[in-house]
Design a protein around this ligand. Structure first.
Ligand SMILES: NC(=O)c1ccc[n+]([C@@H]2O[C@H](COP(=O)([O-])OP(=O)(O)OC[C@H]3O[C@@H](n4cnc5c(N)ncnc54)[C@H](OP(=O)(O)O)[C@@H]3O)[C@@H](O)[C@H]2O)c1
Length: 201
């Protein structure tokens, strides 16, 4: 299985570091083109490469890690998703300073993302954790970092769970994109910014 990131900032790099440490290949991308990512990929080691957004989006599992206003451009004009997995790490901050949460009415953020990536099997994950809880080894002396995830496709969720369980997180399935995604999202979701450890013994 290979991996791609759309966005190459804090979250894309944190997730990519876990993936390459586990021996996986990752293609990172941003809006400015692969040549702007030389330092980022050399910092991640030989399993990381830079690509265009379209190249990164062709991976088996793709992480969407751009800020909210950039999502439509980031997902525009991509090759067909053909059931590949898209992990939505985003939070729906229409603006950061001062913070303003985008109002999507009844729709959750990841349902909106899914509507922009037809044919992708979308999983929402990582958005509940601040980067400083994603970056370190998730295996802490007193337990594993809990990683909430939501999605509508059971096999895609199993792939995601097994991958990040192997990396050392404690994945916790919170349901479908609609109900689970709502629990996880900024603007009132009770799991948003909930940093928990799972005791294994
Ligand atoms: N930071 C956190 O603690 C944290 C935690 C959980 C979730 N999140 C969420 O994760 C997402 C990413 O956050 P971040 O902190 O990683 O942001 P970031 O460091 O600002 O990185 C955003 C990346 O997106 C790229 N980008 C912008 N427009 C793009 C486009 N059209 N196509 C492809 N790439 C594009 C940017 O590069 P260029 O401008 O060079 O294209 C940059 O590499 C956000 O939605 C955020 O709410 C953040």
């Amino acid at each position: 299985m290979n991996f791609g990131t759309i966005g190459a900032g804090t979250i894309a790099q944190a997730v990519s570091r876990h993936l390459v440490t586990a021996g996986h290949r990752v293609t990172l991308s941003n809006s400015r083109g692969p040549s702007t990512l030389d330092d980022v990929v050399s910092g991640l080691g030989p399993l990381a490469t830079a690509g265009t957004v379209a190249q990164a989006a062709q991976a088996d599992v793709v992480f969407l890690a751009v800020t909210w206003p950039h999502i439509p451009a980031a997902l525009a004009d991509l090759p067909p998703w053909n059931d590949r997995i898209l992990v939505d790490t985003t939070n729906q901050f229409a603006r950061l300073d001062p913070p303003e949460v985008a109002d999507l009415g009844d729709q959750t953020g990841s349902e909106w993302v899914a509507s922009l990536a037809p044919g992708a099997r979308v999983i929402k994950a990582f958005n509940t954790l601040h980067a400083r809880y994603i970056e370190p080894d998730p295996r802490h002396p007193v337990g594993r970092q809990v990683l909430f995830y939501a999605g509508d496709d059971a096999p895609a969720k199993a792939t995601f769970r097994d991958l990040f369980d192997d990396i050392g997180f404690a994945p916790v399935d919170v349901g479908a994109l609609r109900d689970g995604g709502r629990l996880m999202q900024v603007g009132g979701g009770p799991l948003s910014a909930l940093h928990a450890l799972r005791q294994d013994s």
